[in-house]
Design a protein around this ligand. Structure first.
Ligand code: ZN
Length: 428
């Protein structure tokens, strides 16, 4: 048993629905077998649990583990290419790298790089866009299980437009996907997601085969891309003349439900937003990627007003790194700049988007997303080195909301000293 004595920030009540930051300057979180069994003042906790090991974290700030709802495992080595729109970026940067994962040794090294990227950044749960190669997915799931993160992921499927090594057939995609589901879905903290790359590179039969997998395997997830770039949206409309819109290409294939997370949705129609709200599908908002590829301004206000769930994604490697602190502040920047009128965000909104909202999108709210009694202890400890600007900022912050804003403005993975999943350390 452990007592974590800390300054704690979390958002159990949604700031988008009138909630506010919950901040405690000195509170004891009692963790037994990975679960938070008490959250109280230190004297009471120490008296009641005299056998517990006390971990003093008052030099920094403890937050819930960060949750990344869109991040590509095969693209960790493709981060940092600048200056191209989506379809050029895929052709020149992402897809050549992704073809290399057909080599098992290469895929194994990339999986290690990728998982280190997540844990370093304080990410404890993620919807991970997988590889086109089943062998690379086995390697990834196996390493993810060893590290211990809460990972939902699956084989990426495409049967047109992409380079030949990345293409599959309906039959092959079904047999490989079912094998991966049988081997990995529900193993420890792992879950499977049917993952067509996007309708732009997946024909109707391939999409429908994914929908059949969802019907045959209750509880599995779906993830893909939606409405990222205007050329892509126009291309999909041309390829699927019978579909109502881009979202409908997934919907009519049986891929749209409460366990569906769609990345980007920068250019949605009102019908698409209403349909996502109706079925409970979530958008993964990836602001550094949207900025890097000049995809556009994410219509956060329209999502919130329509009741569509939104969480943050880093979209490595079009995004510029694994830090959800950076994604949070970039989301804030883009809402500030949106010429059509963005939604003003406070630091509490940013923390919510990076933690509790991700837990909701991944249907993990009963377990993680905040540091309340009954939750699993997934947490990140932010402790900048003494004298660094973030440490100075935290010391002189005018309020807890201000301190949290400084964490988003200045925090980097180097400031995240320790990370736990289920009470087990995964960093530090
Ligand atoms: Zn993506």
């Amino acid at each position: 048993m452990f007592i974590y004595r800390a300054r704690v920030f979390d958002t159990p009540s949604d700031p988008f629905a009138g909630g506010a930051l919950r901040s405690d300057s000195d509170v004891a979180i009692v963790v037994d077998d990975g679960q938070i069994i008490a959250r109280t003042d230190f004297a009471a906790a120490a008296a009641k649990h005299s056998d517990a090991e006390v971990v003093d974290l008052r030099a920094g700030v403890l937050i819930p583990g960060l949750i990344d709802t869109h991040v590509h495992y095969p693209q960790v080595r493709a981060i940092g290419y600048l200056g191209m729109p989506l379809l050029d970026w895929l052709d020149h940067c992402a897809l050549p790298e992704e073809t290399k994962l057909g080599d098992e040794a290469y895929a194994s090294a990339v999986a290690g790089d990728f998982l280190t990227g997540l844990t370093s950044a304080g990410t404890t749960s993620a919807m991970v866009f997988g590889s086109h190669f089943a062998s690379a997915m086995d390697t990834f799931f196996s390493q993810a299980a060893e590290v211990g993160l809460r990972i939902t992921s699956g084989l990426v499927t495409s049967d047109r437009i992409l380079p030949e090594p990345l293409l599959t057939s309906v039959e092959k995609s079904v047999s490989e996907s079912q094998g991966l589901i049988d081997r990995w879905h529900g193993q420890g903290r792992l879950r499977y997601a049917v993952t067509p790359r996007f309708s732009f590179s997946a024909g109707q039969e391939l999409l429908a085969a994914g929908g059949q997998l969802v019907a045959d395997n209750p509880g599995i997830w779906v993830t893909s891309h939606l409405n990222e770039n205007r050329d892509e949206v126009a291309g999909v409309a041309e390829m699927f003349p019978e579909a109502l819109d881009y979202l409908d290409t997934y919907d009519r294939a049986g891929l749209l439900n409460r366990r569906t997370i769609l990345a980007h949705n920068v250019h949605p129609s009102d019908r698409e937003l209403a349909r996502m709200a109706e079925v409970g599908a979530a958008s993964a908002h990836c602001p550094t990627s949207n900025s890097n590829l000049a995809s556009g301004f994410f219509p956060l206000r329209r999502h919130i007003e329509t009741g569509v769930r939104v969480a943050l994604g880093s979209d490595v490697g079009a995004g510029t790194g694994f830090s959800l602190l950076k994604e949070g502040v970039q989301a804030y920047f883009m809402q500030q700049l949106d010429p059509s009128g963005g939604l003003p965000l406070t630091s509490a909104h940013l923390l919510h988007l990076a933690t509790a909202a991700g837990a909701q999108a991944l249907e993990l709210s009963d377990e993680v997303g905040d540091l309340s009694v009954g939750k699993r202890f997934d947490a990140a400890y932010i402790a900048p080195a003494e004298g660094q600007p973030l440490a100075v900022g935290l010391e002189h912050a005018s309020s807890d909301e201000d301190a949290l804003a400084k964490i988003f403005a200045m925090g980097t993975p180097a400031d995240i000293a320790r990370v736990w999943v289920d009470g087990e350390p995964v960093k530090g």
